[in-house]
Structure formats: structure tokens, C-alpha cells
Design a binder for this molecule. Structure first.
Ligand SMILES: Cc1cc2nc3c(=O)[nH]c(=O)nc-3n(C[C@H](O)[C@H](O)[C@H](O)COP(=O)(O)OP(=O)(O)OC[C@H]3O[C@@H](n4cnc5c(N)ncnc54)[C@H](O)[C@@H]3O)c2cc1C
Length: 576
């Protein structure tokens, strides 16, 4: 076997943080939690793909982390005396990406995963050193495309882009082979008996070959959900791992609740797709949504929350408590309390290449930040509702010209009259009716649009580099059926927004009214974008997610199985 003599990680000046050396005092605090054992040169401590991965602190000798791909062996890292093994998988409980082998005989302190997680939760100094190293090691692996998965595809294939996004948003390292650019791909395809027409192809751990797999097949193949127990009744199940769900998971787990998060795609939600969030407290230079939510994901796992990905909630069974949530794969999870954090998806512009221009000329929000970007220039606002009206009036204060594009004959039926008046009175705003955008043009940024008059079918090209799509958001609430009261747009109503009539019809069974963030079903809360009246911002999602935990504690105190096998009363609202 060919061996790369030098370890590939770490890269750059962060070496001390990626591979720190613990002090004697720190090792002394770890030792009582584990077992000291000798190790001999050549011994395999962890096999790549092993589901249960122990944590090793080297006290004498050395361990090497080895990646094997076909006949080639690469040394990924070497841990000497005072150093320790592991990366993010240690916290998430996922399979080992690589093997660990003894390079020089010596001794190690061994902790199983539960002992290591308890250590991280209870020792602040060690937590900082270990978590930082785990996260930075994972970042280096992702950056250098070094993992246990190889994706073969083409940037022209939507399936390839979907899997790339899924792996990236799950923070999973993989190497990518592009059929259009790599000359020796055919040999690799032949080796695994796959045809070019099968792409995208994912090779997991050098063994399993998946042809155009769904996200849940990718998750299963790489063992993303293996460590999660779906059989016992949880204190809390959070549905949705956007900022609201992740905040609830961090606070819930850190306060001792048994928390499971169910996410249909990957952690991060809409925020995970934002290239730079500049209005979130504490990040004056902005932070990418992926980075912010990636950190929150690790933080939730550090406190013991379990997060199952690529599992969509299909139905809520709410007749009894514990509630039961049915997932798309047919399995169920049970919980005494539920937080609905499924968010909303903004209706996207249905035009080829729209995703490429998101954040680079194509926007789904019009805040001061976007307004600054198009100061003195022409902009287009698409939509005839109040959000489009507000955006147009707001942008007209700084833009040269604002075109408001609507498909219909006018605004009267869809927009409040005060906004219509302001639009009519503004010399900067021009309403274009029966109009829609049919194409976008540009390089790195949007440079021009093609719009079509739906009556005449005439298409015109306009050099406009800023388009605001304000065609509304759709809440992800179909899975709730009639378990909780929704507003006229399908968002979940909570707290004092629920009228006495609505509560009576819903069969509210308590003498008290619903708590703030509590739905028409006691013990079921809604937070973030999915909640009626929410501000649709990362900060409000995070605020509501964390606030809901205090209420969950209150509900769990109220809850006793003997007292409430049934959740609803027979349609009666008891008097306060
Ligand atoms: C492009 C873009 C840029 C933005 N930029 C900013 C910004 O700069 N600043 C700002 O404050 N806000 C910004 N926002 C808004 C912000 O991202 C949202 O307000 C925030 O993400 C809402 O968080 P949430 O957790 O409530 O919902 P979401 O982020 O929508 O997360 C909901 C999660 O639930 C999951 N889910 C849905 N249905 C199910 C189901 N049935 N089962 C399981 N899981 C499910 C989804 O996959 C998703 O991960 C932006 C939004 C977009 C789209």
C-alpha cells in the first residue's frame, strides 16, 4: 500500500486549536471518567464505519487516523502524548469516518461516547477545547473534501446539486468527481459497475453504491440517523430544525429535557440558505446562515439533543397525550410536548437559473440592507399583496425607479388601499400590470430581466439588476391536519390570538387560556415563521424557540398520564 507520510490535517495557523495538547491537570480531570489501557503498534483502535466510536486521550505513544480509498492509504492525522482523537461524529454519535491505528506503542485513556459527552457538558474548560477541536477538524475535512463518501455527478444535473446541498448542509465531508471535467472517471464507474446515465452516484464508505439516491437514502447509507432511538416517549419533540427549532433544542436539552428534533431536509432551514445574515445580534460583520445554524446544530447535540434528518413529519396524531408524530417513512415518534417549528417557504420565482441569482440580485426580503445595495438604481418588485406594496414604498425612498409587476389587472383586490394610494402618488413607482418575468440574465450577479406582457405576449429585455420577489410565504402546516387552529393563510395561531370561540370549537380542555406560543392544543407550541404573527426574522425565530422551553417545563409539570389520557374536552370551553 502507498502511504502518504505526512498527516494532511491541519491546514494553516489554527493547528494549536485543531490538535491541541492537553495539560497534565486537564488530563488528570479526564482520567477518572475513563479507563487507562496499553496499546501496541499496529493495533486497530477504531475501524472506519464502526457505529460506536470511543474517545482516546494519548498519554504515551501515538495514534494515527487513516483513510483508505481503494489501494491508497492516507494518514489524516497523528495524535501524540497529550492529544486526543475524535471530531464532530463523537458528539453526534455517527459512524467513524476513518480508522484509528496505533502508530507508536504506549497508553491511552479511553472514554465511551456517553462518558465523553458528559465530560463536555460538565467541564467548561475541556468543553471549549474539545468542541472547538472537533468542529475545526470537521471544517478541515469538509474543506478538503476528505470523508467517507464520493459523489460522482455533473453540475448540470439537478440531482447532483441536491445531494451536494444535502451533504453540505449536514456538514458531512465528501469528495466530488465531476464527470464533465475529470478524465479518469470512467475507470471508477467501471470499477463499481455503474453507467454514466446513473449519475449522480454516491459511493458510501467505498462499498455501497447508490444511483441517484433520495436524501433519505443518502442519510441511511451514511448512518445519519442510526444513533437515534425513536421508540421511547420524549419530553419534547421539535419538528423543524431551522433557527427556531435549533434554539428550542439547545435550550431544551441544556435544561435537562429529553429532546428529539425531526427535520425533513437538513438542519438550518431557510436561514441555512442565506449567504450572509447581517442583522443577527452579535455578528457585526455578518455570518453565513450555514455557519450560524451549523454551530447551533453542534451546540444542540453537545447538550444531548438528538436530531434526525431527512425525515418529514407526515401527520400529527393528537387525540391522546403522549402525542404521536407519524413520519414519511411510516415510523412514529411519541412526545408529551411538541414544538412546531416547520417554518414557511417563500414562493420562489419560477424561472430558469433563479437559484443562481439568490442574494446576487434576486431577493425575498426588502430590508435596509437590500435597499442599500440598490441605492440610485432601478429595481423590480414582484407581487400584488401588502408585502410587495410595503417593499415598493420602502425601496422608492432610495432607488431610482421601482417597477411593481403584477400578473393581474391591478392591485385593488390584493393590496390595502393606503398602500395603493402611496404607490399611485409616488413619482418613483411604476405599476406594470399583466406582467411577469420569464428570464434572468447575468454573470456573477443579476444584470437584466426579460418580462412578458401576458395580454400581448410581447417580451422585453430590461437592464435591471435587483428583483424582489414578494409573492408570499406558504407555511409548512399541512401535516397538522385539524389538530390546531390555523389563521386564514394557514399559519398556526397561538396564545391570545386564539379567540374564545376558536378555543371552544377546538375543544380547549383547560380552565386557563393558552400560554403565549401555545396552540389550541395544550402542550403543543408553535415558534418561528410557522406561527401566525411572527416577524419572519432569524432573531425572532431564535427568541421564540428559546422562550417556548420555559412553557414546555410548565406543561410537563402539569402533565400526568393519569390526569390526561385525552387531550381535548368534548367541545366545551371551561370557564376561568
Ligand atoms: C434567502 C433568505 C435570506 C434571509 N435572510 C435573512 C436575514 O438576513 N436576516 C433575518 O433575520 N432573516 C432572514 N431570512 C428569514 C429567516 O431565514 C427566517 O425568518 C428563519 O429562518 C425562520 O426560522 P424558522 O426556524 O422559523 O423556519 P425555517 O427556517 O423555515 O425552518 C423550518 C425547518 O422545518 C423543516 N420542515 C418543514 N416541514 C417539515 C416537516 N413536515 N417535517 C419535518 N421538518 C419540516 C424545514 O425543512 C426547515 O428546515 C431570510 C430568508 C431567506 C429565504
Amino acid at each position: 500500500m502507498a502511504e502518504t507520510p505526512q498527516p494532511l490535517l491541519p491546514i494553516g495557523a489554527r493547528a494549536d486549536h485543531v490538535f491541541p495538547t492537553l495539560t497534565a491537570a486537564q488530563i488528570g480531570r479526564i482520567a477518572p471518567h475513563g479507563q487507562v489501557r496499553p496499546m501496541s503498534r499496529g493495533e486497530i483502535l477504531v475501524q472506519a464505519g464502526e457505529p460506536v466510536v470511543p474517545f482516546f486521550v494519548v498519554t504515551a505513544g501515538a495514534i494515527e487516523v487513516v483513510r483508505t480509498a481503494g489501494d491508497t492509504e492516507t494518514i489524516v492525522a497523528v495524535h501524540g502524548p497529550g492529544q486526543f482523537s475524535g471530531e464532530v461524529n463523537m458528539i453526534s454519535g455517527r459512524r467513524a469516518l476513518f480508522s484509528s491505528r496505533v502508530r507508536e506503542s504506549g497508553t491511552v485513556i479511553v472514554l465511551d461516547r456517553a462518558e465523553m459527552v458528559a465530560l463536555v457538558q460538565n467541564d467548561a474548560e475541556l468543553s471549549e477545547i474539545l468542541m472547538r477541536a472537533f468542529i475545526l477538524r470537521r471544517v478541515e475535512l469538509v474543506t478538503s473534501g476528505m470523508g467517507d463518501a464520493v459523489l460522482i455527478g455533473s453540475m448540470h444535473s439537478p440531482g447532483t446539486l441536491r445531494i451536494k446541498e444535502f451533504l453540505t448542509r449536514n456538514g458531512h465531508p465528501y469528495s466530488y468527481v465531476d464527470l464533465d471535467h475529470e478524465s479518469d472517471v470512467q475507470a471508477m464507474l467501471d470499477h463499481f459497475h455503474v453507467a454514466v446515465t446513473d449519475i449522480p452516484v454516491l459511493i458510501c464508505r467505498g462499498e455501497l453504491v447508490l444511483r441517484n439516491p433520495s436524501n433519505s437514502e443518502v442519510a441511511e447509507c451514511l448512518g445519519f440517523n442510526e444513533a437515534i432511538d425513536q421508540t421511547h416517549v420524549r419530553d419534547l419533540v421539535i419538528v423543524g430544525a431551522g433557527p427556531a427549532g435549533l434554539a428550542a433544542a439547545v435550550y431544551g436539552a441544556s435544561e435537562g429535557l429529553d429532546v428529539l428534533v425531526v427535520e425533513s431536509a437538513a438542519p438550518g432551514g431557510q436561514a441555512g440558505a442565506s449567504s450572509r445574515i447581517e442583522n443577527y445580534l452579535g455578528f457585526p460583520l455578518g455570518i453565513s446562515g450555514q455557519e450560524l445554524t451549523g454551530r447551533a446544530y453542534s451546540q444542540a447535540q453537545k447538550f444531548g439533543a438528538q436530531v434526525t434528518v431527512a425525515k418529514k413529519a407526515r401527520a400529527l396524531h393528537c387525540e391522546r397525550n403522549p402525542f404521536s408524530i407519524e413520519l414519511e417513512d411510516g415510523s412514529t415518534v411519541a412526545a408529551r410536548t411538541i414544538i412546531i417549528a416547520t417554518g414557511a417557504s417563500y414562493r420562489k420565482l419560477a424561472v430558469h437559473d433563479a437559484a443562481r441569482f439568490e442574494g446576487a440580485g434576486l431577493f425575498y426580503a426588502a430590508t435596509a440592507m437590500e435597499a442599500q445595495l440598490c441605492r440610485g438604481e432601478d429595481v423590480i418588485v414582484i407581487g400584488g399583496g401588502n408585502s410587495a406594496g410595503q417593499a415598493a414604498v420602502f425601496l422608492a425612498q432610495s432607488a431610482r425607479r421601482v417597477y411593481v409587476l403584477v400578473r393581474g389587472a391591478g392591485l385593488a383586490e390584493t393590496m390595502s388601499s393606503y398602500l395603493i394610494r402611496r404607490i399611485e402618488q409616488s413619482p418613483t413607482i411604476e405599476l406594470r400590470t399583466r406582467m411577469e418575468i420569464v428570464a434572468l440574465e447575468g454573470g456573477d450577479r443579476l444584470e437584466a430581466v426579460h418580462w412578458r406582457n401576458n395580454q400581448t405576449t410581447a417580451v422585453e429585455r430590461r437592464s435591471v439588476g435587483h428583483v424582489f420577489v414578494m409573492t408570499g410565504a406558504e407555511p409548512a402546516t399541512r401535516w397538522l391536519a385539524d389538530c390546531v387552529v390555523l389563521d386564514e393563510k394557514g399559519f398556526v395561531k397561538t396564545g391570545t390570538d386564539l379567540s374564545r370561540d376558536e378555543l371552544r370549537v377546538a375543544g380547549w380542555p383547560r380552565t386557563r387560556g393558552p400560554h403565549h406560543l401555545e396552540t389550541s392544543l395544550p402542550g403543543v407550541f408553535a415558534v418561528g415563521d410557522v406561527r401566525s404573527g411572527n416577524q419572519k426574522r432569524v432573531a425572532s425565530a431564535v427568541g421564540e424557540g428559546s422562550t417556548a422551553i420555559a412553557l414546555v417545563h410548565q406543561l410537563l409539570k402539569e402533565w400526568t398520564p393519569a390526569r390526561e389520557p385525552h387531550v381535548r374536552s368534548e367541545g366545551r370551553l371551561e370557564q376561568d
